[in-house]
Design a protein around this ligand. Structure first.
Ligand code: PGA
Ligand code: ZN
Length: 429
């Protein structure tokens, strides 16, 4: 048995897909195994998620991470060296105790998540197992159903449109590889349609086409036509998934749609979304109401939670406690799982477990600021989450994840099980 004692932990500054600094942690175990992981960064962040520790000041727009790096190389390394890396929950408990805040404000969630995930990688290597297999611990695994962005908006596109993600889900796909092929056809068709309309102006932060639309709803029409142009039946082979990210433009039950020049109250916002659900092949909506609008989330879920998946992202911030509360509240029926919202692997897993206990759909997700790090693909597969959200079908920080899942599917061979549309919290089929 190889020595899995933590021998050293080192942090270095690397750069994310927006050209901003971020934290990479590298862990070495006594037996020589190594693990490495990079913290991602969100733009439309929930108020209650773990804090990224940034230096502030003038340099790099205040985004530098030397304080977070110092926390890894100093107190975190000192505290964790000599511990057995195999006991992830004990290691993470030490990180939580050392930080001793509700939101990782002292050490930085960017420092803690990089270390926590690097330890996971090192242990998998020490056991000579791919990470997904190590995480599965002998339990069945499924390749996740991908939701893939076609148009980017909101905080990822200079607020050119209010809605953040216009995505598709290949509900007719029988394998992960087929889901990607189908999505590639829709992405191409959407690009062609944008070009034909004189609207092709590059891509947003997650690789979806820049949303040169005159209204939020115009994007829904264009997306539905792209599905048809690609040769798929909307709502059958290929369906629409939205991330409204309503916390970005809603507060105290009031919602301001800048593009549509409309201010809606809670009921108006719900009515607009229900109308869209009636006219477009939508199977999933994330953060339909703002993070402070519990009443709105409950009303929306009561109205349509029996027919579509309703995901809490900013609303739940990968917190097991919030998932439990939302389940008893019936405020949504699915949870987005972003490791850096929680700050450690153990807390991330706890939020996923809470979701699965509640019968929620569970979607492991990337952030808008990403890197070549592919850890989330292994979490989604090894933990049998069922769904994966990574952004669009362009830019290598996105493609690295999709391509890694293809390798996993191939490695599993005939044993590979694709979660498919059954992974959605609600199945209209
Ligand atoms: P973020 O966006 O990474 O900018 O928070 C992703 C999301 O809202 O799902
Ligand atoms: Zn979101």
């Amino acid at each position: 048995m190889t020595d899995t004692t933590i021998a050293s932990i080192l942090a270095r500054r690397v750069w994310d897909s927006r050209g901003r600094p971020t934290v990479e942690a590298e862990v070495r175990l006594g037996g020589g195994a190594r693990g490495r992981a990079i913290a991602p960064a969100g733009a439309s962040r929930g108020t209650h998620e773990a804090i990224d520790l940034r230096d502030g000041g003038a340099a790099l727009g205040g985004m530098d991470v030397t304080l977070a790096l110092g926390n890894v190389n100093g107190p975190i390394a000192a505290r964790l060296q000599g511990m057995d890396a195999t006991d992830q929950s004990r290691v993470d408990a030490e990180l939580i105790a050392l930080d001793n805040t509700a939101n990782k404000a002292r050490l930085g969630g960017n420092a803690t998540i990089a270390v926590s995930m690097a330890i996971l990688h090192a242990v998998a290597m020490a056991n000579d197992m791919p990470l997904y297999a190590w995480l599965a611990a002998g339990n069945p695994v499924r390749l996740p159903l991908p939701e893939i962005q076609i148009f980017g908006g909101g905080a990822h596109a200079g607020r050119r449109v209010d809605i953040q993600d216009f995505m598709v889900i290949a509900t007719g796909a029988r394998t992960f590889a087929e889901a990607l092929t189908m999505t590639a056809e829709v992405y191409r068709a959407a690009g062609q349609a944008m070009s034909d309309a004189g609207k092709l102006q590059g891509v947003a932060d997650e690789g979806g086409f820049w949303p040169v639309f005159d209204s939020n709803e115009e994007a829904l029409g264009m997306l539905t036509r792209a599905i048809e142009k690609a040769g798929y039946r909307p709502g059958e082979d290929m369906a629409i998934s939205l991330d409204i990210a309503a916390s970005e433009f809603g507060r105290d039950g009031r919602y301001t749609l800048g593009l549509d020049r409309r201010e809606l109250d809670r009921d108006g916002m719900i009515a607009m979304l229900l109308d869209w659900c009636g006219r477009y092949p939508i199977v999933s909506i994330e953060d339909p109401l703002a993070e402070d609008d519990r009443e709105g989330m409950r009303a929306f879920t009561a109205a349509i939670g029996g027919r579509i998946q309703i995901i809490g992202d900013d609303y739940l911030v990968t917190s097991a406690g919030r998932v439990d509360a939302a389940a008893s509240d019936r405020a949504c029926n699915a949870v987005l799982i972003k490791p850096n919202q929680a700050g450690t692997v153990t807390e991330t897993r706890a939020a996923l477990d809470a979701g699965q206990r509640a019968g929620f759909g569970t979607i492991v997700s990337a952030r808008s600021g990403e890197t070549e790090d592919v850890t989330i693909v292994h979490l989604a597969t090894g933990w049998n989450a069922g769904q994966l959200k990574v952004g669009s079908f362009a830019r290598s920080e996105r493609m690295a994840k999709w391509n890694e899942a293809l390798r996993v599917e191939e490695a599993l061979g005939p044993d590979a099980v694709f979660a498919g549309r059954a992974a959605l919290a609600v199945n209209p089929w």
